[in-house]
Design a binder for this molecule. Structure first.
Ligand SMILES: [Zn+2]
Length: 91
């Protein structure tokens, strides 16, 4: 029983920034707009703190930036992609 409780503790990490609440892993969409083009990446893995907002790891942030730039560079007015399709191993 103690092992199970410990596992739950690991999933909910105390927010290092505000120390007011626990961060939980979530999947959210991220959008970028540039030169009249809009790019959306869905299901981006991140941590959400109910007190101070969403947080990306550096690795996710860098991959996401590259994805959004690639989508915008495709020239479409609006383009959408799923995180798992573009970065199957990054999550
Ligand atoms: Zn916080």
């Amino acid at each position: 029983m103690k092992e199970i409780l410990h596992f739950v503790d690991l999933r909910l990490m105390r927010c290092a920034r505000c120390d007011q609440a626990d961060r939980a892993p979530v999947r959210r969409a991220k959008l970028a707009e540039r030169d009249g083009h809009v790019a959306v990446v869905l299901d981006v893995p991140m941590e959400e703190c109910p007190a101070c907002g969403c947080w990306l790891t550096l690795q996710v942030a860098e991959s996401l930036d590259a994805m959004l730039s690639r989508l915008i560079a495709s020239g479409a007015e609006a383009s959408t992609a799923h995180w798992d399709e573009l970065a199957p191993s990054a999550a």
